[in-house]
Design a binder for this molecule. Structure first.
Ligand code: PLP
Length: 425
């Protein structure tokens, strides 16, 4: 039986609590689960039976959320983790090893650029950043040591839309998984697996929870990649020494990646999502489509108004006919171009800092995807660690402010922007 998105966002993964009949998914604030007997315990540890052992690995509240996000993304399975950044490490971990690399888009969340350009080097991994609008450059960057291609569906901070089908075709030809960060779009606006993505990662911190209460992440597996085809992914295709020689792909098929992520990723990296966070995120997702519709409507109106303001040099919203990404909306994000974009001010860096300080409804914070409207001057904050060249490539030049449009009354948002632009000079 298939249901529509609005039904699934409320029901997928959740059922009345078997112990009490509670209709809403309870917060299982619990660490360990009693084995029926020694044979049951052994079967669980052998992954011959699915059940609860210890909440670093699995927890009933987190499991409900995992099933819900897997369903909404159209994946075979999902694993939740402690943050969006944890999800990125969890997605790469089974694929990578010392000396191996990934090819990633220059247009990405600032923290992702830092994680991929600096921190993963400690594991002996590396990343080649490429302009993903230049398909030839993406193809050329892939070498024998590449193990994944990584991009965002709606890319932070500019709200640029990636041509996922074209990138997936390149990854596919090279026999590599495509990992898509779908944080800014959410599965309501974009379903990367339908465009060829192998894995989808999320910062659940943003639109999925939707109100700035949770730090969380998820990795969703399409279940369609053949991990055994090339010999490039031995953790999944060969006997895994970290799990007494179990062959994950042979044993679990389309759930190989998800089982590996739980049995080894969460077991040994410990980036576990907490049950309380999972509960808030489940509640947030119940209204995902309603909120995203309003985010899109408001963003469309505010972006169009800003584009005509004399203090504004440029607005990057892909929902505007002036955007070079406008023709990708119908194909990649048929329900709208999201709620995130940047505005470049003619007055430069100084004007931007005055502008963010003068806003009253909009808050100046390092977050996005909240019910509240938010701004950040990326060059002086999230993208501060980057060179000016990297800032420009990432769409976060010094005269650029990133705007995350909330679900307030659009007239109030426009009035607030108007008075702040007047003060910014
Ligand atoms: C916020 C964000 C991340 C990181 O997520 P955290 O939950 O903050 O760790 C990754 N990618 C994108 C697109 C984000 O917006």
């Amino acid at each position: 039986m298939t249901h529509g998105f609005d039904t699934l966002q409320v029901h997928a993964g959740a059922r009345p609590d078997p112990a009490t009949g509670a209709r809403q998914t309870p917060i299982y604030q619990t660490t360990a689960y009693v084995f029926r007997d020694a044979d049951h315990a052994a079967a669980l540890f052998n992954l011959q039976e699915v059940g609860y052992i210890y909440s670093r690995l699995t927890n009933p509240t987190v499991a409900a959320l995992q099933e819900r996000v897997a369903t909404l993304e159209g994946g075979a399975g999902a694993v939740c983790c402690s943050s969006g950044h944890a999800a990125q490490i969890m997605a790469l971990f089974p694929l990578m090893g010392p000396g191996l690399n990934i090819v990633a888009s220059t247009r990405a969340y600032g923290g992702t650029i830092t994680q991929f350009s600096q921190t993963i080097k400690r594991f002996g991994w590396s990343c080649k950043f490429v302009d993903f609008d230049d398909l030839g450059a993406v193809e050329a960057a892939i070498d024998d040591n590449t193990r994944a291609v990584f991009c965002e569906s709606i890319a932070n901070p500019g709200g640029y839309i990636t041509d996922l089908d074209a990138i997936a075709a390149i990854a596919d030809k090279a026999g590599l998984p495509l990992i898509v960060d779908n944080t800014s779009a959410t599965p309501y606006l974009c379903r990367p697996i339908e465009h060829g993505a192998t894995l989808v990662v999320h910062s659940l911190t943003k639109y999925m929870t939707g109100n700035g209460t949770v730090t969380g992440g998820a990795v969703i597996d399409s279940g369609t990649f053949d991990w055994s085809a090339s010999g490039k992914f031995p953790s999944l295709s060969e006997p895994e020494p970290a799990y007494h020689g179990l062959k994950f792909h042979e044993t679990f098929g389309s759930l190989a990646f998800t089982f590996h992520s739980i049995a080894i990723g969460l077991r040994d990296l410990g980036m576990t999502m907490n049950p309380q966070g999972a509960h808030y995120t489940l509640m947030g997702i119940e209204t995902l489509s309603l909120r995203m519709q309003r985010h899109v409507e408001n963003a469309q109106r505010v972006a169009a108004w800003l584009e005509n303001h004399p203090a504004v040099e440029r607005v990057t919203y892909a929902g505007l006919p002036s955007s070079p990404y406008n023709d990708r909306v119908a194909k990649i994000c048929p329900n709208g171009a999201g709620g995130l974009f940047t505005v470049a001010l003619k007055g430069g860096y100084e004007s931007c800092t005055k502008f963010v300080d003068a806003l009253q409804i909009f808050s100046h914070v390092a977050n996005l995807g909240d019910a509240r409207s938010l701004v950040i001057h990326s060059a002086s904050t999230t993208h501060r660690q980057l060179s000016e060249e990297q800032q420009i490539a990432a769409g976060a030049a010094p005269n650029v402010v990133r705007i995350s449009i909330g679900i307030e009354d659009p007239e109030d948002l426009i009035a607030d922007l108007d008075q702040a632009l007047a003060q910014a000079g």
